[in-house]
Design a protein around this ligand. Structure first.
Ligand code: SF4
Ligand code: SF4
Length: 730
């Protein structure tokens, strides 16, 4: 199968966007330059305003810029104005680089966006890993409080004496809070240094750069000189009692001889200010930028698209003006995908949960993000610093990501979504991989050779096994009751049982289909099947980038379903479930779709199915396309608990580990590293459970093969939840 599409850009330019009704892009980078100019002049105005009111003469309080010569104060304001403007300008350059990406709307969903933004600002997503969460919180909140303290001091400085508030008890509380913040800030930095240079966990060690040490030194300089400036200032004014609230500064001030206090104070003040100016430059050009970009990225992450749905594409059967599919060049990625690369904290959580990486495949999801960011940064005009810092050994000669990303990497992905779920910055990694697959598959016809056979089968036989489509309903011969065939004259049913290719043609999975049908029959559910009219949903083609084959099948299925007026569909296959419920609406197919675990668990709870528990221990393996992609975790467990004693693997629910079959991987061989299904089977068998239960035809085969391969098939049984339930229900 070598269907290809001519290469150009399928995304609208600003002019095209205006013509086609797509909202034109906001020139955010230009707006930021305006903000930079306003900041510059605004800071100078603050300087002038600050010179108007007299400093109040309060018994408990402090003189702003006390012991600092007027010329130095003047230089300070001019430099603050310049460096703040420079920092905003450097951010504008990065934003301009995101604007090279194609248009993608991220409007609406404001409530979710606000919540995600607050989660980012409050470090909630980072705190999901307690070790780095506490460390980041100490640094971040310590810094924020110290910064707000400086802003508060400046506001008080600008106010007329009658309105000044930073005196008396308020001043004492202010001093206490800032000293606590300063200590937290330094403690967080010490913890960070300890983690990076002593403990050295792999995911941090592997991406450590010299600039990480410089950043820590710079931040520590700000914190330490802050305390020394405070201590020497207190020494200059003779260590009044009320300054004891600044407990760190007060204690240190005892070590400073009063004769040297004024000189030390001026020196520390200057070093503290210079360190802050350096911070303003370092902030946008190093990974420190994620202080801002991560919360913004989190706010922009929610989409109206369901988690399990791939990005929508125009109808390839009808469109005549589509010149490129997928993404290879920077302009073919969206602006959000480029922003993602600047929001990456380089924490490596995505990599640590990736089944491909864990089992030795050449895929590292963090590298996918960083390589895209590197190509975007190095092909920018002017060049900007790559996400993880400058690496002289990396050269890029064009804006094509395949200069750094290999085909082996993107074909190793099982699309399990573990990386997206683990990422504390809301980065969408799976979408990027799937966009690149679309490009490879349709623009370059470059895909694993086994996939070519699957594509031919889907195109020629309408099922991925290449079997005679007229035999799709033959599994019903094993039943002792009739199954309705929707589409035959006068035949209707409450539920359409969507069997799927595996349930129709794979020997092991036919037993799942038979068990499901028997259970529906026992519960008196009115259901029917499509038989030969049911075609492959196209999921294996879409997940491997062949949108053309996917759409060909999807449009035929939608026509059939719409013609029959099908309302509710039940299916045992999470991939069919995901495609029918989340992706067919992109082409006008709107149905209520249930996974068989949902309907069967309802029937158990309603007492229409009454299983007898055998007391065996059962461990459930969460299929990625049922769990992480569609948040269905409880329904299959209801069935497990009705059938025996539920036990859990360590990696379960959202943290489940893939069986290795998703993303079309079932249809081509794994040649590198340990097999993913063996890793997962060992974990399942390691629980000591009598039965490994699954809820997906491909998980079933992978786990069943795995149990045989590790020689555990004598002691452990692998069953779909429908087989489990059927064998316990009269
Ligand atoms: S989707 Fe799964 S296999 Fe693919 S990169 Fe993410 S974690 Fe790895
Ligand atoms: S993509 Fe997300 S999880 Fe992966 S390294 Fe970056 S921030 Fe961490």
């Amino acid at each position: 199968m070598t269907t290809t599409v001519q290469a150009t850009d399928d995304q609208p330019t600003d002019d095209q966007a205006a013509d086609s009704g797509t909202p034109p892009r906001l020139p955010i980078s230009r707006l930021l330059w305006v903000v930079a100019a306003l900041s510059f002049f605004g800071t100078l105005v603050l300087w002038w305003l600050g010179s108007l009111p007299e400093d109040g003469d309060f018994a408990v309080g402090r003189e702003v810029f006390g012991n600092v010569p007027e010329l130095v104060v003047a230089m300070f304001y001019v430099l603050v104005a310049s460096f703040v403007a420079l920092a905003i300008g450097l951010f504008a350059v990065r934003v301009k680089n995101w604007e090279r990406g194609s248009w993608e709307s991220r409007s609406g969903e404001w409530k979710r966006r606000s919540r995600r933004f607050l989660e980012g600002v409050s470090m909630r997503t980072v705190a999901e890993d307690p070790a780095s969460g506490v460390m980041h919180s100490l640094i971040y909140w310590g810094f924020v409080l110290l910064f707000l303290g400086t802003v508060t001091l400046e506001i008080d400085h600008l106010l007329p004496t009658s309105l000044k508030f930073l005196n008396g008890t308020i001043y004492e509380g202010y001093s206490l809070i800032l000293d606590i913040a300063g200590l937290a800030f330094l403690a967080g930095l010490a913890w960070a240094a300890l983690r990076r240079y002593v403990v050295k966990p792999w995911r941090i060690r592997s991406k450590s750069r010299p600039e990480d040490a410089w950043i820590l030194i710079l931040l520590a300089t700000i914190g330490i000189t802050g305390f020394l400036t405070e201590a020497s200032r207190i020494a200059v004014v003779g260590r009044p009692d009320f300054e004891q609230w600044a407990f760190v500064g007060y204690a240190v001030s005892a070590l400073i001889p009063s004769s040297d206090a004024a000189g030390i104070h001026q020196s520390m003040w200057v070093v503290h200010a210079l360190a802050f100016f350096a911070f303003l430059v370092v902030l946008p050009v190093t990974k420190l930028r994620h202080m801002f970009t991560t919360p913004v990225n989190l706010a922009l992450s929610p989409t109206t698209r369901p988690k399990g749905a791939m990005k929508e594409m125009p109808n390839l059967m009808e469109a005549t003006d589509i010149e490129s599919v997928g993404a290879a060049t920077i302009a073919e990625f969206t602006w959000k995908q480029l922003l993602d690369t600047d929001a990456c904290t380089i924490c490596g959580r995505c990599t640590s949960v990736c089944p491909a990486n864990t089992t030795g495949k050449p895929l590292d999801p963090r590298e996918i993000v960083l390589k895209l960011g590197t190509v975007a940064a190095m092909s920018a005009d002017p060049q900007i610093s790559p996400p993880v810092g400058v690496d002289g050994s990396i050269t890029v000669s064009s804006d094509n990501v395949f200069e750094l990303i290999t085909a082996e990497e993107i074909w190793a992905c099982t699309t399990c979504r573990a990386c997206d779920e683990a990422c504390p910055a809301g980065i969408e990694i799976v979408d990027k991989i799937l966009d690149m697959r679309r490009y490879k598959s349709l623009m370059e016809a470059e895909f694993p050779s086994d996939l070519g056979k699957a594509y031919v089968s889907m195109e020629n036989s309408s099922n991925v096994y290449g079997m005679d489509q007229s035999t799709r309903g033959d599994w019903t011969d094993a039943l002792d009751f009739e199954v309705k065939r929707l589409g035959e004259p006068g035949v209707t049913a409450e539920y359409l049982m969507w069997v799927g290719c595996a349930g129709s043609f794979d020997d092991r999975n036919r037993n799942v289909t038979i068990a499901t049908a028997r259970l529906l029959h026992k519960a008196g559910v009115d259901f029917g099947i499509l038989g030969a009219k049911e075609l492959c949903t196209g999921d294996p083609a879409r997940r491997t980038g062949n949108e053309y084959v996917f759409q060909g099948l999807a449009l035929q299925n939608i026509e059939t379903l719409n013609d029959l007026g099908v309302g509710t569909i039940v299916t045992q296959c999470p991939h069919c479930f995901n495609t029918l419920s989340n992706e067919y609406p992109q082409f006008g197919g709107e149905y209520t779709v249930m996974h068989h675990s949902e309907l069967l668990s309802e029937l158990v709870e309603d007492g229409r199915l009454v299983p007898e528990s055998t007391g065996e221990t059962i461990v459930f393996h969460d299929p990625c396309y049922l769990g992480r992609h569609n948040d269905t975790f409880l329904a299959p467990r209801t069935i497990v608990e009705a059938s025996g004693i539920r036990v859990e693997m360590k990696r379960n629910g959202t943290n489940s580990f893939c069986c290795g079959a998703g993303g079309g991987k079932f249809w081509f061989e794994e040649h590198t590293g340990k097999k993913v299904n063996i890793d997962r089977t060992e974990e399942a068998v390691g629980t000591g459970a009598d039965i490994v239960a699954t809820g997906c035809p491909f998980c079933y085969v992978m786990m069943d093969d795995g149990v045989r391969e590790i020689g555990a098939d004598e002691s452990v049984l692998v069953q779909d939840i429908s087989m489990l339930l059927d064998s316990r229900t009269r």
